[in-house]
Design a protein around this ligand. Structure first.
Ligand code: B12
Length: 451
């Protein structure tokens, strides 16, 4: 059914009455939860298994070389690659000369510089080092390692993670199939060892068997930046997110090591942050083949830390995204690269070698996306910017919309149409960004994860 049909069929007094009822309930429950460490909106339901299925006979660990960063030339052909690169260079030069807002020296400088912390690290390097950096272990201090209950340990880890910059935190038993089989020419293997290590000679990265837990982390990006995408200002939304993620996983790993346990910090390397986040209950997989969270929609960067510290785990969640995305399709319509799926239902049909078979998703044409990054000369986050779930302000109306969409998925189409009517998701003027009264890091951290 079309969105506009929904618009007509759902504009009923019933729908509106339902939303006001939800709002009253929302207010009540939020008050009730105000003293807990981290509460989810009331319309988020915990479930035993993620909604999208895994085919156990097909789903295997992925070789990261097959992602589009690793095999871009193979996927688009050398000739096309060289043409694209030249086009990108010419356009960059033209934009510089024209002083095109969003693509001027200052706009690009903002994005480039924000990578700084991210670029100092790497797989098993810098903040993402697999071994202790500087904290002293309990043994060195002459004390016993931390021995609280898994419930208490989970509370400590979540609070520390939020303190180091996480927007939301979830914990899951590690499903090893989400960990890449290979990374940068090395096999990733699990061994019965005490500490993780890298063996250059045998070309292997070794994760201790005992690391059975994954801590999934989300970080907000500045929506004001992301909404300027594609542009240097938009791209800074991503790059600052990456640098903050670098600090977050580095600090959290050191915290766990100081408690006397092993921790492996990871941002984009090591395995699917999205799959781990789904298992840990941070959100649902969406039409963009990326995560949507109840609190911040898709506007988050993801990261993870693996550990042997015994932790109470969380459950996956559902809040209507699967049904919402079936109807909305706005990300696919607005994707300038035409990379996203228009299929009504998610399925197991991969679009190319860049997807990992065996899990149900709305698979995308990733080489088109990366090609557009070159074409735009600045990367792209349009699919995030236009999503009706990406909202910065915490006004009543948006809470009603989210709660209603979660509870009555058919209203999703209606809200997407309303969202368009009010002009949400339109590309913002990058010049205006320079004149804004910015909060720290350009993000609003005051919602406390309560949406
Ligand atoms: C490579 C990569 C890309 C490639 C495309 C992926 C590919 N197939 O090559 C390119 C460069 C094009 C790209 C683009 C973008 N990406 Co990207 N990408 C990655 C990266 C580094 C690896 C993903 C990967 O290996 N994919 C290959 C296989 C596994 O893909 P797949 O089978 O299609 O599976 C996808 C999902 O279904 C899910 N997944 C994988 N296995 C399983 C299993 C289960 C059971 C489930 C439920 C899900 C799941 O994760 C995969 C994401 O690509 C991840 C970081 C990470 N380690 O997770 C970020 C990441 C997924 N990207 C991210 C983002 C935000 C983007 C962009 C919006 C750009 C931006 N502004 O940052 C666009 C969106 C493009 C789109 N909608 O299609 C975020 C997603 C955050 C979120 N909200 O979920 C991540 C997590 C980076 C981060 N640190 O935050 N990306």
């Amino acid at each position: 059914m079309k969105r506009r049909d929904f618009f007509l069929s759902t504009l009923t007094t019933g729908g509106i009455a339902a939303t006001s009822g939800f709002y009253a309930c929302n207010q009540h429950l939020n008050k009730k939860n105000a003293s807990s460490q981290f509460s989810r909106p009331w319309w988020v339901k915990r479930i035993n298994k993620p909604l999208l299925k895994i085919d156990d006979t097909l789903y295997k660990r992925f070789d990261s070389k097959a992602n589009v960063f690793g095999s871009f030339i193979k996927y688009i052909g050398r000739e096309n690659f060289l043409k694209l690169r030249q086009k990108s260079r010419n356009k960059t030069e033209k934009f510089f000369k024209e002083k095109k807002p969003g693509f001027r020296i200052e706009d690009r400088a903002l994005a480039e510089a924000a990578w700084v912390l991210s670029r100092t690290g790497g797989l098993d390097r810098g903040m993402r080092s697999w071994n202790r950096q500087f904290v002293r272990t309990p043994q060195e201090k002459g004390i016993k390692r931390y021995s609280g209950s898994p419930e208490r340990a989970a509370l400590l880890v979540k609070q520390a993670a939020r303190y180091y910059g996480a927007a939301t935190v979830g914990i899951t038993q590690l499903d090893r199939r989400h960990i890449n089989a290979r990374e940068r020419g090395m096999d990733i293997i699990f061994e019965k060892v005490n500490e993780p290590y890298q063996d250059e000679k045998e070309k292997k990265l070794v994760i201790p068997d005992k690391c059975k837990y994954a801590i999934a982390l989300s970080l907000q990006m500045s929506l004001d930046n992301i909404q300027c995408s594609p542009s240097g200002i938009g791209s800074a939304g991503s790059s600052l997110g990456y640098s903050r993620a670098e600090y977050l996983v580095g600090a959290l790993a050191e915290f766990i090591r100081a408690l006397g346990y092993t921790a492996i910090p990871s941002v984009n390397d090591l395995g699917s942050s999205v799959a781990i986040a789904v298992d840990a209950g941070l959100g649902e997989l969406s039409r963009t083949n990326r995560l949507i969270t109840p609190e911040f929609g898709p506007n988050v960067r993801l990261a993870k830390v693996l550990t042997d510290l015994p932790l109470k785990t969380d459950k996956p969640i559902r809040f209507g995204i699967l049904e919402f995305c079936k109807v909305c399709k706005r990300c696919a319509e607005q994707c300038p690269a035409k990379a996203l799926s228009f299929k009504d239902e998610p399925d197991f049909e991969v679009r190319g070698l860049w997807n990992n078979p065996g899990h149900q998703a709305w698979f995308e044409e990733s080489p088109r996306c990366l090609s557009y990054w070159q074409e735009s000369t600045s990367g792209c986050s349009r699919c995030i910017a236009v999503c009706p779930w990406a909202k910065k302000d915490k006004t009543i109306i948006h809470e009603i919309v989210k709660a209603s969409s979660a509870k009555i998925p058919l209203l999703g189409g209606f809200f997407t149409t309303m969202d368009e009517t009010f002009g949400y998701g339109e590309q913002k003027d990058p010049e205006k960004w320079w004149h804004m009264n910015l909060p720290e890091y350009g993000i609003d951290t005051t919602s406390g994860g309560k949406g």
